[in-house]
Ligand binder design. Structure first.
Ligand code: SAM
Ligand code: SF4
Length: 341
C-alpha cells in the first residue's frame, strides 16, 4: 500500500518540485526604510508607488490561503515594516487566522519603543531587532543615520518590557567592521537573556558592491566565541536557517549563526516570500519572481490565486551547496530592501 505523509493540518500542502513543503511565509509590507544600511540599501533607493503596495486585505487573503496549504509561521519584514502605517491593523488580521501559529517581525528598532505595546496587544508574538554594532558611532555610520543608537537600544528595552521576551537580535558581521564585537554581542545575550543571530554577509549590493573578502563565516564566529565560552549546539529544527547554541553554564539566552553563504540548508528550506507589491519569491538566491498582484486585482477566485501560488512554488530553485566559491553579487531585479531578507 502507498504510504501517506500528513503535513500539519493541510490536506494539500504547498510543495515544490523537489518535495520541499512551505511552512513559513515572509511578508515584506513596504520597501521604504528610514535607514541606509551600507550592506542593504543603495545610496539612491527608489520606492514603489503607494498604490502598488498590497492592501492589508490582500495580504491577509494570501496569508489565509497559504495557511490553508500548511503555512504556519508568518514574519513581517521590509524595508522597515514599522514604516507601514497602522501595521497593528494587519497584525490583528493575521493573528486572527486560525492556521497561523507564530507571527513575528524583523525591524530596525527605530520605532519600536512607542509601538511595542500596541503590536503586542494586536497579537504579534515575537520581535527580531537588527543591531549591527554596540558602538554608537560605528552603528550610526553603518546604518547611515545619526542619532539612532540610543533610540534603538531603548526600543529593545521597551519591547522586552512589553512582553517580547526573549528578543532576538540580528547582526550582519562584516570583516574589518564589526567582527571585533562578536564577544561583546555574546555578553549582551548573556546579560539580557536575548538571542544573538550572527548573519553571514550575503551577496546583495548595498551602497557599494558586495565583496566576498568581507564575509566572515559562521565557523569563524563560533571559533571566536569558543575562546571565551563553551557552547552546546542545539538540535536543528527542520527548515531552520540558523544553527543555534546555548551556554553550557546555564545562563539564559543564546547564539545563532545564519550560514546562508557557507552552509545554506537549501535541502529542507520551507520558506516562501511575498514582496510588498505582490510578487511571490520562492527563493532568496534566485531571480525568479511571480507577480500575483494583477491576478489579485482582477477579481479572481481563491481557487485561481491558489493555483497561481502552487505553480510559482513548484518552480522553486533547487538551491546551492555553498555560495562562497566564485559567487558574484546576485543580479536581482530587486535588492535586499525590496525582498525583505
Ligand atoms: N528593516 C528591517 C531590519 O533591518 O531588520 C527588516 C528588513 S531587513 C532587509 C531584514 C534583515 O536582512 C535584517 O536583519 C538585515 O540586517 C538583513 N540584511 C540586509 N542586507 C543583508 C546582506 N547583504 N547580508 C545579510 N543580511 C542582510
Ligand atoms: Fe533598512 Fe533593514 Fe535594509 Fe537597514 S537592513 S536599510 S534597516 S531594510
Amino acid at each position: 500500500m502507498k504510504s501517506v505523509v500528513i503535513y500539519g493540518k493541510a490536506e494539500r500542502p504547498l510543495v515544490d518540485s523537489f518535495g520541499r513543503v512551505a511552512k513559513k511565509l515572509r511578508i515584506s509590507v513596504t520597501d521604504r526604510c528610514n535607514f541606509r544600511c551600507n550592506f542593504c540599501m543603495p545610496s539612491k533607493p527608489t520606492w514603489l508607488p503607494r498604490g502598488d503596495l498590497l492592501t492589508f486585505e490582500e495580504l491577509t487573503r494570501i496569508a489565509k490561503l497559504l495557511s490553508s496549504m500548511g503555512v504556519e509561521n508568518v514574519r513581517l519584514t521590509g524595508g522597515e515594516p514599522l514604516m507601514r502605517r497602522d501595521l497593528e491593523v494587519l497584525v490583528r488580521m493575521l493573528a486572527g487566522l486560525p492556521g497561523i501559529r507564530k507571527l513575528s517581525m524583523t525591524t530596525n528598532g527605530y520605532f519600536l519603543a512607542e509601538r511595542a505595546p500596541s503590536l503586542r496587544r494586536a497579537g504579534l508574538q515575537s520581535v527580531t531587532v537588527s543591531l549591527h554594532s554596540l558602538k554608537p558611532e560605528k552603528y550610526e555610520g553603518l546604518i547611515g543615520v545619526r542619532g539612532t543608537f540610543d533610540r534603538v537600544m531603548n526600543g529593545i528595552r521597551e519591547a522586552m518590557r512589553a512582553g517580547f521576551d526573549p528578543i532576538k537580535i540580528n547582526v550582519v558581521i562584516t570583516r574589518g567592521c564589526n567582527d571585533d564585537e562578536v564577544l561583546d554581542f555574546v555578553e549582551l545575550a548573556r546579560r539580557t537573556g536575548s538571542y544573538i543571530r550572527f548573519i553571514e554577509y550575503m551577496p546583495f549590493d548595498g551602497n557599494k558592491p558586495w565583496d566576498r573578502r568581507l564575509l566572515v563565516s559562521g565557523k569563524e564566529i563560533i571559533e571566536i566565541i569558543g575562546k571565551r565560552y563553551t557552547l552546546i549546539e542545539l538540535p536543528r529544527e527542520a527548515g531552520s536557517t540558523a544553527k543555534n547554541f546555548a551556554f553550557t553554564d546555564g545562563v539564559k539566552g543564546g547564539v545563532g549563526i545564519i550560514t546562508s553563504m557557507t552552509e545554506p540548508f537549501c535541502s529542507d528550506c520551507d520558506r516562501i516570500r511575498l514582496t510588498a507589491d505582490g510578487k511571490i519569491v520562492p527563493c532568496l538566491f534566485s531571480k525568479d519572481e511571480y507577480d500575483l498582484r494583477p491576478l489579485l486585482r482582477s477579481g479572481c477566485s481563491d481557487e485561481e490565486v491558489e493555483a497561481f501560488i502552487r505553480a510559482a512554488f513548484m518552480r522553486k530553485f533547487r538551491g546551492v551547496e555553498t555560495l562562497i566559491k566564485g559567487v558574484k553579487p546576485i543580479n536581482h531585479i530587486k535588492p535586499m530592501y525590496k525582498i525583505g531578507g
